[in-house]
Design a protein around this ligand. Sequence first.
Ligand SMILES: Cc1cc2nc3c(=O)[nH]c(=O)nc-3n(C[C@H](O)[C@H](O)[C@H](O)COP(=O)(O)O)c2cc1C
Length: 168
Amino acid sequence: MTDTILVAYATRYGSTAEVAEAVGDELRKAGAEVDVQPIDDIQGLSRYQAVIIGSPIYMGKWLPEAQVFVERHQQYLRGIPVAYFAVGLTVAGATPDAIRKAEASMGQVRMLVNPVDIGIFPGRLESSRLSVADRAITKLIRAKTGDFRDWEAVRAWAQALRPKIARA
Ligand SMILES: Cc1cc2nc3c(=O)[nH]c(=O)nc-3n(C[C@H](O)[C@H](O)[C@H](O)COP(=O)(O)O)c2cc1C
């Protein structure tokens, strides 16, 4: 029987949604049935044999709705393979400190439900898309703008994930 996998994502400006779609595409190529959905649209999890949850990092943390999603569904999620990914800009340099910080963004959810794997991917920051408040913050911290997403790394992660979440 084919696995049905959910890729659930939070996003503010769409870049994590596109990363989630790429993860979903890759899993489909490996033969799974995959739904890719924004976290707020998800009705229930009972039809899924594995769930992948992704969020961008804002001020060092996953978006609140992604954390709440794991909290709310923790009981179900503990019984199936779960993987997390985070999308952020500090990881674009990939220094050990940046990776540690990106891992810390998932600290709380990792304590609630232990994932079979985690992915950390560079994101996209485009000033023209940002709210006034977000633009002010990024100016203040002199964040570099651009699209740093590494599609090869995203696809390679999804491919490596497939055997880890396959039905036994
Ligand atoms: C206000 C603000 C704060 C951010 N804080 C972080 C951060 O703490 N760490 C990080 O790696 N990236 C940070 N970023 C970068 C975002 O994670 C990155 O732009 C991501 O791709 C956005 O995803 P989205 O388009 O799905 O919302 C921040 C961006 C903004 C606008």
